[in-house]
Design a binder for this molecule. Structure first.
Ligand code: SAM
Length: 342
């Protein structure tokens, strides 16, 4: 094979023009699927640059669409690129791109829903790295906003369990979010934007808002600006507690943002034992129950999760209490107290 890896830069076919896109894919349909395309090469290059050095690395791109970010990735010559695209209409365009690499760079096109695709299968030849080593695997994507938040939570869970893309080591994420969500992900103590997503992202990763892309750079143009966020898994995660339990406690901590944090936390417990266990959780976590949720540090939030975990270890059934459950279910709990256990 006489084609060198460095030739790839000059051989990629041009992106379809905006007019091609509209003709091929129908603008209205694109809008319904919340597909917003980035056609500016400088911006797609900037996104890929935010992921760090990907030369000779293993990369998954989610939602390549017509392949603008894909081109920027290929120009940086990864060892192996896997693109996962749900919409079959983009497959021929991506296929052309694959042909232009003449297999000098391995490019796999997977037509699948990224919410179902198991990243564990992406790189059969990639040797898993030690968790403390710098990673050789990266995920990059400009996805519809609704999916990116859901995916982020799924991926943080995978990260916490070192499964999926994290069997390979500390796989980094470079993703686009609606700016407001990007700001929430990185929000620190005291910030108005602080929420469950901030804490969940920061317990297992180091999120950074790298730069902002104005909505006007996309076709069709979304209503909002977009933030490019990288999340690098922490060498030492902030907690060993189970992901779902931490997520639950964070949800309750932030459920009543304008009120004392006690008001949210108390709903974790059935009515008859609510006051006692609420007092216990704040006492043992050494936190003022009259703080507001956004005033709590990451460590303080985790201390609340730890005491809740201890309570659940003592009385596992309490974990199934749902204060917003159906009326009949809640009535069963009305008279429940710790003696009901004996
Ligand atoms: N990467 C392209 C760009 O930046 O121009 C396209 C971005 S567009 C916002 C999102 C892309 O993700 C679309 O191509 C869409 O078909 C694809 N997509 C949407 N949901 C998906 C899913 N669940 N799994 C895989 N791809 C998805």
């Amino acid at each position: 094979n006489s084609i060198k890896r460095s030739d790839i830069i000059h051989r990629l076919p041009p992106l379809p023009t905006i007019r091609d896109l509209i003709r091929l894919y129908k603008l209205r349909a694109l809008k319904q699927l919340s597909q917003n395309f980035l056609m500016d090469e400088r911006l797609t290059d900037k996104i890929v640059k935010a992921a760090g050095n990907i030369e000779n690395k293993y990369v998954i791109e989610v939602g390549p669409g017509p392949g603008s970010i894909t081109r920027s990735i290929l120009r940086r010559r990864p060892n192996h690129l896997v693109v996962v695209e749900k919409d079959r209409r983009f497959i021929p365009t991506l296929q052309l791109l694959k042909e232009s690499t003449f297999n000098v760079i391995e490019l796999d096109i997977i037509r699948d829903d990224i919410l179902k695709y198991n990243c564990e299968n992406a790189f059969p030849t990639c040797k898993p790295k030690d968790w403390l080593d710098s990673p050789s695997t990266h995920i990059i994507g400009n996805l519809p906003f609704a999916i990116s938040t859901r995916l982020l939570i799924n991926w943080l869970k995978d990260m916490s369990l070192k499964r999926g893309a994290w069997i390979y080591g500390r796989t980094s994420l470079t993703l686009t979010f609606q700016l407001e969500v990007a700001q929430r992900i990185v929000a620190e103590i005291g910030s108005d934007q602080r929420c469950r997503l901030s804490l969940m992202s920061q317990f297992w990763a180091k999120p950074e808002l790298k730069f902002i892309i104005p909505g006007s750079a996309f076709v069709p143009k979304p209503e909002v600006d977009v933030g490019v966020v990288t999340l690098n898994p922490l060498k030492l995660p902030s907690t060993d507690l189970p992901f779902d339990l931490v997520e639950k406690v964070m949800r309750y901590i932030f459920s009543m943002r304008q009120k004392y944090v006690r008001r949210g936390i108390q709903n974790l417990f059935p009515p008859k034992i609510r006051d006692d266990l609420t007092k216990r959780i704040f006492y043992e976590a050494d936190i003022d129950s009259q703080s507001r949720s956004f005033q709590l540090s990451n460590e303080e939030c985790l201390r609340l999760a730890q005491v809740y975990y201890n309570i659940i270890q003592e009385h596992p059934v309490i974990d199934s209490y749902n204060y917003r459950g159906p009326k009949e279910e809640r009535e069963v709990w009305d008279d429940w107290d710790l003696n009901s256990m004996q």
